[in-house]
Design a protein around this ligand. Sequence first.
Ligand code: ADP
Ligand code: MG
Length: 255
Amino acid sequence: MPSPLLELGHVSKSFGGNHVLQDVNFTIAKGEIVGLLGPNGSGKSTLLNLVTGFGAIDGGRVTFDGQNIGTLPAHRIVSAGIGRTFQLPSMPRKMSVMEVAMAASTSHHGVLSTIFGSAGARRAEAAAHAKATVLLEQLLLTHVRDLPSSALSGGQKKLLGIVCALMSDPRLLMLDEPTAGVHPNLRRDIVQSLQKLNRQGMTLVIVEHDMHFIREVCTRCIVLDRGRIVASCQPDELASNEHVVQAYLGSVDKR
Ligand code: ADP
Ligand code: MG
């Protein structure tokens, strides 16, 4: 059995007296596409934040490819090989789509002329431009590459978020609701792009509510309810899993 790519052991997190994550344990193997599910407020985004260095865990450990990353800052986690998108993408409004994509590369790798000299910086910029060109094409944003990022639709911003995450060549990509609010045509394109990335070797963790998407894309599901993992199962077992049903019915009851 190969060692897991990502492993969480007894991870906990509180905000004040709010126990947002409690004793979270799971492993993700290379090549999986794992759907992370759970009612609103169950801790999904917090889990992604902690794994990617946005906030410190209170207890437990996070291991990526055998390396303890639980205390690393976000930029070191990017360098280690984990990319992510945010539930609500925010990007500099006036920068063009191409500039936003290229900045994701330069900011992560710290390509500065003071380090590499101006010729080295130009080469790095050319490389970032070439990579962004390929990724913008792959994520269907070539026709808007010169527009300011503020001109993009919500769905296109999600795609640009994926481009930015891919600029640092991650081995694990964590996506926070990549298809929420996205037009069905664009959703199909996102699904195909993610499946292609997976065929190329990418491991994916995707926070998602859309059951059709989950059944089509995910190889396994992890379900959170009030900060605890209540199920790890195949997508087609979700509907018959009593803990999953309870988690969602519980959230309906609470409203
Ligand atoms: P989900 O993504 O599953 O909808 P979140 O992880 O965003 O849930 O939130 C889980 C809980 O953690 C919520 O009760 C939320 O209010 C709380 N929370 C998340 N981030 C913070 C924060 N920075 N400060 C205080 N509470 C937070
Ligand atoms: Mg969330």
